[in-house]
Design a protein around this ligand. Structure first.
Ligand code: URA
Length: 213
């Protein structure tokens, strides 16, 4: 497969029923990441969700579990969602890239997260758009630059735009949608001042919660 051929679109069915999309995504070969991953990690949550939240890609725990945000970043996200008054059960949670990309640690068996390339992000985007069509959310929340830039382009800067309620580019989704971008929860876990980073993350999620009131 050459670089220019990387594209999930031929694998995305016409259906906009989430179970059918998830089943088809299970055999996506739109880029090379399926080869080393355990499984596709499709989005999870109700089809009628008002909020759709996008992360980067599944991590080690998600790759094993087959569900998004169930590892350490997911636990931090769960806590922040609860504290900002957002019921995760009402949110459709997904990732810009649906397979875990990693490198093996030099010693030991650990699998270390590797950032997906722009080609892989763009190749996987038809799945995210299909999820957007299937759920028709009122608010899109991007967790980190990979997620935001997947839809908004590489000139989008989280540092400048985080926590603002934004209008989308034309033609996004099947009904009017607004956007909030914030940092990725993993960056909060890695921050030198974790409390401060967490409070800023919470403030952004509270903006998202308020947008749906
Ligand atoms: N990080 C992500 O971006 N997504 C997950 O599902 C887990 C960790």
């Amino acid at each position: 497969m050459t670089r220019t051929q990387q594209d999930a679109a031929p694998f995305v069915p016409e259906s906009r029923k989430l179970p059918e999309l998830a089943a088809a995504a299970g055999s996506c070969r739109g880029c090379g990441l399926y080869r080393n991953a355990t499984q596709t990690v499709f989005g999870a949550g109700p089809a009628e969700a008002r909020m759709l939240m996008v992360g980067e890609q599944p991590g080690d725990a998600e790759d094993r579990a087959g569900a998004p945000f169930v590892g350490p970043a997911g636990r931090l996200l769960d806590r922040a969602l609860e504290e900002s008054g957002i019921d995760r059960g009402q949110v459709y949670v997904t990732n810009a890239v649906k397979h875990f990309k990693y490198v093996r640690a030099e010693r030991g068996k650990r699998r270390l997260h590797k950032k997906p390339s722009r080609t892989e992000i763009v190749a996987c985007r038809p799945w995210l758009y299909a999820e957007l069509d299937a759920t028709g959310p009122e608010l899109l929340v991007f967790l980190g630059a990979t997620a935001a830039q997947s839809v908004l382009g590489t000139s989008f800067k989280i540092t400048e735009q985080r926590g603002k309620l934004l209008d989308p580019p034309d033609g996004l989704g099947r009904r009017p949608v607004r956007l909030v971008a914030t940092v990725h929860p993993s960056s909060v876990l890695r921050a030198p001042d974790r409390d401060r980073a967490y409070r800023a993350f919470l403030a952004d999620l509270r903006t998202a919660a308020a947008a749906l009131k």
